[in-house]
Design a protein around this ligand. Structure first.
Ligand code: PEP
Length: 251
């Protein structure tokens, strides 16, 4: 019922030329996707270019890496949901741990962003995850549930297809360390139970839950074999066509 989603987060990487070479190579490797979806979230300056390259492949969507909750105005450096829609985005990442740690993102700013994204027909990929300190203190579940509740407060969700949640243990992002698939699955089943409390069982069962944190060609199959894991949010390994293609082609 939930279509697997493999989403690339390019972060602050790639020139226009590098992006063109990578996407053309990726498209040549993956062919048409029938039973899964992929997404590329490039930095803002590449959205138009990457969007044009993806136009012929509707199963590979375009996404932004962040947004501001106002539609327009005197907000230097920001980009809005209508702007992301205008350039062809389907998804937008909200509350990535790098934005939380480096740029002051909070659960309440995430809540405003999630609402703005949905009001304009974008599907937010909301990120939650614990620090190493929280993990070692046995506070993972408490932390991610509180982030989820905080970012979804007041949201009216009429379909679970309009929300994606990425569970990304912060200590696993860009470090080469990963959560075990079993442990990630356990945490993600708690996230789904929390979604059911907020929106009801039917909608919770539609929301796609992604695992993120050093996903690679070598470990994607084990994560995708888990019941609650509907896909992955991929940083480093999404920058090369060969590795992202293999991740998309998980078994
Ligand atoms: C991310 O940026 O969301 C991420 C999971 O990065 P990496 O795959 O490099 O750990």
């Amino acid at each position: 019922m939930r279509i697997p989603l493999l989403a690339a987060n390019w972060k602050m990487n790639m020139t226009r030329r590098e992006a063109r070479v990578m996407v053309e190579d990726l498209l040549a490797r993956v062919g048409d996707l029938r039973d899964r979806e992929a997404a590329i979230c490039p930095p803002f300056h590449l959205l138009s270019e990457v969007g044009s390259l993806l136009a012929a492949r509707p199963s590979i969507r375009l996404g932004g890496q962040d947004l501001y909750w106002k539609d327009s105005g005197a907000f230097t450096g920001e980009v809005s949901a209508p702007m992301l829609r205008d350039v062809g985005c389907h998804f937008v990442i909200v509350g990535h741990s790098e934005r939380r740690a480096l740029f002051g993102e909070t659960d309440s700013s995430c809540a405003q962003k999630v609402t703005a994204a949905q009001n304009h027909g974008l599907v937010p990929i909301l990120c939650v995850g614990e620090t190493l300190e929280e993990r070692e203190a046995g506070r993972t579940q408490e932390r991610v549930v509180s982030q989820l509740r905080g970012a979804l407060q007041g949201l009216a969700l009429d379909s679970g297809e309009r929300l994606v949640v990425a569970y990304e243990p912060i200590w696993a992002i860009g470090t080469g360390k990963t959560d075990s698939p079993e442990e990630a699955n356990r945490t993600m089943s708690l996230l789904r139970a929390t979604l059911a409390e907020l929106f009801g069982e039917r909608i919770a069962a539609q929301v796609r839950l992604l695992y993120g944190g050093s996903v690679k060609p070598e470990n994607i199959d084990a994560f995708m074999a888990c019941r609650e894991i509907d896909g992955a949010l991929v940083g480093g390994a999404s920058l090369k066509a060969e590795s992202f293609a293999r991740i998309i082609q998980f078994q």
